[in-house]
Design a binder for this molecule. Structure first.
Ligand code: G3I
Length: 457
């Protein structure tokens, strides 16, 4: 569905307001070249050009778009990172409370893995696009449901997400620099840090980001977020990165780069997360200046555009790098040239390396922790490799009579009653020597009490 930016409220935002308010007051200053040209051969795609400095260049996409071959050709050729435009949002993957629907997001992750792309996760908690059942909750019930959502989704995708937008758009527009009122905010001001702690526990390997719009320069809103991030860093709340959506109009704030840098100086990575720019004479120039600003900030680890081509944009002003026929626009060339103007790895974000799988065999053990209630349970199972790395595992668990598995995550179950074998899925079979991974299942009846057996494959 193509959304019209002039068409009223979308996801609680007024797109036109969102596009302009951060930049309207800024003078249009033509930036000077910030990075000296390098001697290496120019890369011919956005992803390859960004990888020269250890950065990613990504695009928002939806699983249904992957079957459009012209679209997929561009996506696969140009981008080395993807983010789910909608399919990892709360309404999409937990449509009923505690009933998860991961298939569309899984398809995106599988596509990314098959094509050597990293994945940004978007988004664990947001005041908008909540499922109806969550909109109807408040207080402790909502807080518990929200943290459960963070835990379950981040656990499902554990090990597969480069960076999670843990919390999206929690600050108000305008000059207050304060939190936005929302049902989540009304559960208590600590809801954001609670979400970050839960995400860290569920997926310790993912970078955890706060993400927002109208933060494209030093202004009251970005300063409110800056103060929160500084406070989190001081108190040890696990935050790793800040996303600057950068839905831009026809001007760019002159302090766009300085704003990125002040966040980086707090000790977090920064990323451009939803870049799109209004069509018009300045489009290519603004794209170039945003790209150069990221390249000039060592901790700016990647750029994502909010769609592959204009036909797929949520906006109606052709804000992307490819036109509706898949042709490269001048903005594309300006971004590619900017990316090609730097070389040398960014030390904070080395390119991913691939390691060969370990040999077959080895040993493993498993332990179960249970969260039970009258009539049901959730089991979390930890699989630990022995003194050698393993390439796959199967855990055998016997359920008491009357118990049945109703849902499994991060593993494939052989059945639902009696003795059930849980085998690794594609992404969590390999476990390093002495390392561990977790899967879980929920069920009705009484949870298992015996010791599970683990066989390495
Ligand atoms: O999937 C339903 C479909 O079943 C139904 O028939 C149709 C009827 O309207 O709606 C479809 O859902 C739409 C969904 O996109 C998928 O197309 C929603 O109505 C629509 O509101 C939703 O818009 C998305 C919006 O976020 C709200 O989630 C946009 O595509 C997406 O680009 C936009 O992205 C946001 C970021 O997540 C956060 N930052 C701002 C950015 C732009 O608003």
């Amino acid at each position: 569905m193509k959304l019209r930016a002039t068409g009223g409220r979308i996801a609680g935002l007024r797109p036109r307001t969102m596009l302009m308010s951060g930049a309207a007051a800024a003078a249009l200053l033509v930036s000077t070249a910030l990075i000296a040209p390098s001697a290496h051969a120019a890369a011919s795609t956005l992803g390859a050009a960004a990888a020269q400095s250890g950065r990613y260049f990504g695009a928002a996409t939806n699983s249904f778009q992957l079957s459009n071959s012209a679209y997929a050709t561009i996506l696969n050729r140009e981008f080395n990172s993807i983010v789910a435009e909608n399919e990892m949002k709360w309404y999409a993957n937990e449509p009923q409370q505690n009933s998860f629907s991961f298939s569309a997001g899984d398809r995106l992750v599988a596509h990314a893995r098959a094509n050597g792309m990293s994945v940004r996760g978007h988004t664990l908690l947001w005041h908008a696009q909540q499922p109806g059942w969550a909109q109807n909750l408040s207080g402790t019930a909502l807080r518990n449901a929200a943290i459960n959502h963070v835990t379950r989704v981040a656990t499902h995708y554990r090990g597969q997400i480069h960076s999670w937008d843990v919390v999206n758009e929690a600050f108000a527009d305008g000059g207050s620099g304060a939190r936005r009122d929302s049902n989540l905010q009304r559960t208590g001001n600590d809801w954001i840090e609670a979400a970050f702690r839960a995400a860290r526990a569920a997926d310790p390997g993912a970078k955890l980001c706060y993400n927002d719009y109208n933060t494209d320069g030093i202004n009251a809103k970005s300063t409110g977020i800056y103060n929160m991030v500084r406070d989190f860093k001081q108190r040890g709340v696990p935050i790793d990165c800040v996303g600057f959506q950068s839905h831009l109009g026809t001007t760019l704030a002159s302090d766009y780069q300085a704003n990125l840098q002040r966040f980086a100086d707090l000790g977090v990575d920064v990323q451009i997360t939803e870049l799109d720019v209004a069509q018009g004479a300045n489009q290519a120039s603004i794209y170039e200046r945003v790209t150069r600003a990221c390249l000039a900030v060592t901790r700016c680890t990647g750029i994502t555009v909010w769609g592959v081509w204009d036909a797929a944009s949520w906006r109606d002003d052709n804000p992307l790098l490819f036109d509706g026929n898949g042709n490269k626009k001048p903005a594309y060339t300006s971004v590619l040239n900017a990316l090609n103007s730097v070389s040398g790895p960014n030390p904070t974000n080395p390119p991913p390396t691939t390691t060969p799988p370990p040999p077959a065999g080895g040993a493993c053990s498993a332990s179960v922790s249970l969260n039970s209630w009258n009539g049901g349970f959730v089991a979390t199972v930890r699989v630990t490799a022995g003194s050698a790395a393993i390439r796959g595992w199967t855990v055998r668990i016997t359920l008491p009579g009357g118990a049945a598995v109703t849902g499994t995550w991060n593993a494939q179950a052989s059945g639902s009653t009696g003795t059930v074998n849980f085998s690794n899925v594609g992404y969590n079979g390999q476990v390093g020597a002495g390392g561990s991974t977790e899967f879980g299942f929920q069920g009705t009846g009484t949870g298992p009490s015996g010791t599970p057996t683990c066989t390495a494959t």
